[in-house]
Design a protein around this ligand. Structure first.
Ligand code: PRE
Length: 360
């Protein structure tokens, strides 16, 4: 699969003057709940009404969705509000039912996107469809697997495609439910700049208080749209209560978000930008030069250690460096998270250089 301008035709054809918005409850619970939320979202920026009807849950015994019945409720949403509808599909049977019931957009969830067999089953079931199909990132940060899933659909002659970034699972605790790893989204856009990319801040944050900030970051990174879970009574939702917002809140978020242009061709802007980028280039060259010098010193330490038969890893010294650098970084406005990541990478590279010296 290659990047082509045609990949964004379905989105361009919508001629939106704002990012694509997909909103609605995490789960369809009752007909009344679905219709009430849909009516509250009707006169807003929402383009697609979402509701999960088959819910992949971590453990058995939890609410796993209302199933096929919910498709009738989505039909009513379309009849009564004119909004297009979408839901998650996770196997061939779901795909058939969703298509038969005229759901407009289907998405494939993170737990499904990890399995090439299921992705292929879905691609075969949807072969040639003109429905829009969006693929969430697999739960593990594996860009090739994510793109591979999309490619299976593309190869099955499904051309209205897109991706949803919903963050990645980690074992370590973090302020996010699923860590965004924005670098992967940036790499995604480098590889497929024209494949529409939507952000799902609800699953990234797991917490409605952080949804605005993550949405703004996504728009600052050129995402094409947002999928935000919305419920009139979020606290009493049957699934993912903490991450849903009310329709009123969603409208406020959409109003407050700053929608930035991809670029600006005014001479003033271009001059200032070129000047600042020249400064960045100088700083980047210095960084690389210094890192190269640091590794040369590290190699000398490696040679010393080889002579005296001393281990490469020196945890006490390393922890001292980390502690000092976090403090130094703080005084320069650098976050602890960034300093830690950067120095862990430097340490690993330094160890690799010493390993070569010692075992070479
Ligand atoms: O201080 C040392 O012993 C080193 O080998 C240097 C260095 C570093 O790169 O700063 C590398 C490996 C050790 O674990 C600790 C520190």
């Amino acid at each position: 699969m290659k990047n082509t301008k045609e990949l964004r035709t379905w989105l361009d054809d919508m001629k939106l003057d704002h990012p694509l918005v997909i909103a609605g409850p995490c789960s369809a619970e009752t007909e009344e709940q679905v219709l009430k939320i849909a009516h509250e979202l009707k006169d807003s920026d929402v383009n697609y009404f979402r509701a999960g009807i088959w819910k992949p849950r971590t453990r058995p015994g939890m609410f796993e969705g209302v199933g096929e019945l919910g498709l009738r409720w989505l039909k009513k949403v379309k009849e009564q509000t004119g909004m297009k509808t979408c839901t998650e599909v996770a196997n061939a049977a779901h795909c058939k039912l969703a298509i038969d019931n005229d759901v407009d957009l289907l998405w494939i969830g993170a737990r499904t996107a990890v399995s090439p067999f299921i992705m292929q089953e879905i691609a075969d079931a949807l072969h040639g469809t003109d429905k829009i199909v969006l693929v969430k990132n697999p739960i593990n940060p594996d860009l090739a697997l994510w793109l591979g899933g999309i490619e299976r659909l593309y190869t099955a002659d499904i051309k209205n495609l897109g991706a949803i970034h919903r963050g990645f699972s980690t074992y370590e605790k973090s302020k996010y439910r699923n860590v965004p790893e924005w670098q992967i989204a940036i790499e995604f856009q480098n590889r497929f700049p024209d494949l529409p990319l939507i952000c799902d801040p609800s699953h990234i944050t797991g917490n409605r208080e952080m949804i605005f900030d993550v949405s703004q970051t996504a728009l600052d990174l050129n995402f094409d749209g947002l999928m935000i879970e919305t419920h009139f009574d979020p606290d009493n939702a049957w699934s993912d209560a903490a991450q849903q917002v009310t329709p009123t809140k969603l409208k406020q978020i959409m109003q407050d978000l700053k929608i930035r242009k991809e670029t600006n061709t005014e001479a003033d802007y271009e001059n200032s930008l070129n000047n600042l980028r020249a400064q960045i280039n100088v700083a980047d060259d210095q960084l690389i030069d210094l890192l190269g010098k640091r590794m040369k010193v590290s190699e000398q330490i490696g040679a010393l250690k080889k002579e005296k038969n001393v281990a490469v890893l020196q945890s006490k010294r390393w922890n001292e460096i980390l502690g000092n650098m976090i403090l130094e970084g703080e005084s320069k406005g650098l976050s602890e998270e960034f300093v830690l990541r950067m120095f862990k990478a430097i340490h690993q590279e330094s160890i690799n250089h010493q390993e070569k010296v010692i075992n070479g």
